[in-house]
Write a protein that binds this ligand. Structure first.
Ligand code: NAD
Ligand code: UFG
Length: 343
């Protein structure tokens, strides 16, 4: 297949470009570089041994998207482009709704005008809100989101379901075929150390914070909360290696079926506490990570992890890399690129 990857210069997008090309697919990338560097696309192509056509454009720019679909035959779109910072979304909700919703509306309109109605959409486990039952299955309640970012993802999911539903009601001979992927916590980097996560400013995420402490850019980690109802009092998440997450996108290409919207969790099914992550990082890399306990971070949920069995049963795909791989590869990327892509 020839696949348009929106947001392909970003953390997950760049790793997905590598996996798509390794699996024999073609890829075209569009990104406005608002949170990334073109270097990531060039390096992804280098890892895969292929050039990746790159368009620097905002997906809300209809004529720029039209040009891409006119110049390339696109079978399917993997849609990563959007804003993703939880805290920022509560300060600038309008910007988050505008970029994420208008991006998806413009993209899907241009797609249907060019007869391309196969889409894989990046959603998030945070659409499940504070789960009543663990592990979280795809049929768990959704939409009770704790922040504006997660709500934009939930609304985008609903828009996509409406588009497909309308095609079926209208008897459209070529209805939308959509896969929604809900990511748990991606960490790690490509084992080459050429591409990885490069957050702007002080990282919000646990692993990039730890690697920046390890490389000396930050002094110590603050563990947010030590009094949760978990074995050691710190928050539990389901961390998944970004290369596994990327390969999950290749696996679901076969699940894109006309007239269906299918959702899958992408996680490992195993939760780790913050302190377990710190210890695993120290053990994998032989580096001590100084930390202090701080108050709980507003909006954080104590514990959640996935039931990843639906995608395994239906498509025979599951995450393969363990926590040691995630810690080693995160550090390998950071130590080789202390300043990330140097943006
Ligand atoms: P990222 O910020 O590294 O990548 C997103 C990319 O989209 C960036 O390169 C950015 O420049 C680009 N972009 C943003 N708005 C754009 C626009 N209007 N037009 C063109 N390009 C635009 O983020 P990521 O971690 O790679 O996440 C990828 C997707 O997965 C996002 O949609 C994110 O919400 C979702 N997601 C991420 C996580 C996570 O923990 N990283 C978890 C769940 C879901
Ligand atoms: N944490 C710390 N100190 C830090 C950073 C994080 O103790 O400096 C803790 C958090 O309190 C939490 C755990 O580490 O218990 C993980 O926090 P992250 O910020 O790495 O990840 P979140 O689970 O909060 O959220 C992330 C992304 C969301 C995404 C979600 C699910 O920020 O965008 O994973 O994929 F939706």
């Amino acid at each position: 297949m020839n696949i348009l990857v929106t947001g392909g210069a970003g953390y997950i997008g760049s790793h997905t470009l590598v996996e798509l090309l390794a699996a024999g697919h073609g890829a075209v990338c569009v990104d406005d570089l608002s949170n990334s560097s073109e270097e990531a696309v060039i390096l992804a192509g280098k890892i895969a041994g292929k050039d990746i056509p790159f368009y620097k454009a905002d997906i809300r720019d209809r004529s720029a998207l039209d040009k891409i679909f006119t110049e390339n035959h696109i079978d399917c779109v993997i849609h990563f482009a959007g804003f993703k910072a939880v805290g920022e979304s509560m300060i600038k909700p309008w910007e988050y709704y505008e970029n994420n919703l208008m991006g998806t509306l413009t993209l899907t309109d241009v797609m249907r005008r060019h007869g391309c109605k196969r889409l894989i959409f990046s959603s998030t486990s945070t659409v499940y809100g504070d789960p009543e039952i663990l592990p979280i299955r795809e049929d768990a309640p959704k939409g009770n989101c704790a922040n504006a970012y997660a709500r934009t993802k939930w609304f985008q999911e609903e828009i996509l379901r409406d588009l497909c539903g309308a095609d079926l009601r209208n008897g459209d001979p070529d209805p939308w075929g959509i896969v929604i992927l809900r990511y748990f916590n991606p960490i790690g980097a490509h084992p080459s150390g050429l591409i990885g996560e490069d957050p702007r400013g002080i990282p919000n995420g646990l692993m990039p914070y730890i690697t920046q402490v390890a490389v000396g850019r930050l002094e110590k980690l603050t563990v947010f909360g030590s009094d949760y109802d978990t074995p050691d009092g710190t928050g539990i998440r389901d961390y998944i290696h970004v290369c596994d997450l990327a390969s999950g996108h290749v696996a679901v290409l076969s699940a894109l079926k006309a007239g269906s919207v299918i959702d899958y969790n992408l996680g490992t099914g195993r939760g780790y506490t913050v302190l377990e992550i710190v210890r695993a990082f120290e053990a994998a890399n032989g580096i001590e990570i100084p930390y202090v306990f701080g108050p709980r971070r507003p909006g954080d949920i104590a514990a959640y992890w996935s039931d990843p069995s639906k995608i395994d049963h239906e498509l025979g795909w599951k995450a393969e890399k363990g926590l040691e791989d995630m810690c080693r590869d995160s550090w390998n990327w950071q130590k080789k690129n202390p300043k990330g892509y140097g943006r």
